[in-house]
Design a protein around this ligand. Structure first.
Ligand SMILES: [Fe+2]
Ligand SMILES: [Fe+2]
Length: 289
């Protein structure tokens, strides 16, 4: 019992899978105040968040990322449509307070409804609806630190603007001279397409949906957790011309991701027909996951 409890905690330090985002909610709020207290996130984070980042930064090596890409990007696990994937994700229950918590589908619809209310195009609304479906990785038994959290390039020097960057000292890649330079294994201006980011739900979903959405939506999905880039202006030396456009799209998406949660509870039953139509407009009935 003791042992299995310990490994449970190791794999799931977050009571709510979205708690890692609280570091960005704190930092973004503080920027509007008279004095920046950005680093306060360290003291103010919810339970388990520090431990979560420690595990994430310790284990996300270049080798780990390549291994996970090989394991998951063949997409040989399931065949299901987008709506079915939403219902599958909905079986993921957080431990914080299941009664008070919003379901995963409610979270998805909070984001998409905020985008719709702002008058954005249909592909943008759909992007909001599906952007976190890659979290089904948790239902394949993947640990939280390999599903959510900030993403960052592996195979080159870690930016000290990444939250809890001190934990990269525990990452074995920190001892590899080739990976410690500014460019690491990459060339100046090579483009983010060529860069391996730490593994998680962004990259996985991007590969599932990449043939069906406009490139703006695909950039939002693939880079929405890459805060060091879209929020802290890091890694610009790896960008190409095209990535500069992607950056503006990802930034347009971020407020809907970060601040649309936790307000009104969406009426899922009433909204379902609208979203089923929207999904059918862009996606085939079945996708490989
Ligand atoms: Fe996400
Ligand atoms: Fe999200």
């Amino acid at each position: 019992m003791g042992e299995s409890r310990a490994s449970e905690t190791t794999n799931r330090p977050l009571a709510d899978l979205d708690d890692w985002e609280s570091v960005h909610q704190v930092s973004a709020r503080d920027e509007t105040g008279p004095q920046s207290t950005f680093r306060d996130y360290r003291e103010n984070v919810r339970a388990g968040v520090r431990e979560f980042y420690q595990l994430n930064h310790r284990h996300q090596t270049l080798g780990f990322v390549l291994e996970k890409k090989q394991e998951f990007l063949a997409k040989s696990r399931r065949s299901m449509g987008i709506w079915e994937a939403m219902e599958f994700l909905n079986t993921l229950v957080d431990e914080s307070d299941p009664d008070a918590d919003f379901s995963q589908i409610e979270h998805l619809m909070q984001t998409s409804e905020a985008i719709r209310a702002a008058g954005h195009p249909r592909w943008f609304v759909l992007t909001g609806l599906i952007h976190d479906l890659g979290k089904i990785l948790c239902l394949y038994g993947e640990p939280q630190w390999a599903v959510v959290g900030d993403t960052f390039p592996v195979g080159c020097r870690y930016s000290d603007k990444i939250v809890f960057s001190e934990y990269f000292a525990e990452n074995p890649d920190s001892a590899v001279p080739e990976y410690r330079t500014r460019h690491g294994i990459y060339a100046e201006g090579c483009g983010l397409d060529q860069v391996h980011l730490s593994w998680g739900h962004d990259e996985y979903l991007y590969h599932v949906v990449k043939d069906y959405l406009p490139e703006e939506g695909l950039a939002m999905i693939r880079y929405h957790s890459f805060y060091a880039w879209h929020h802290e202006n890091q890694y610009n030396h790896l960008m190409n011309e095209h990535d500069r456009r992607k950056l503006s799209w990802v930034r347009a998406f971020n407020p809907f991701d970060l601040y649309s949660k936790g307000h009104d509870r969406p009426d899922v039953a009433a909204l379902t027909p609208y979203y089923k139509d929207l999904i059918a407009e862009f996606f085939p009935a079945q996708l490989a996951w």
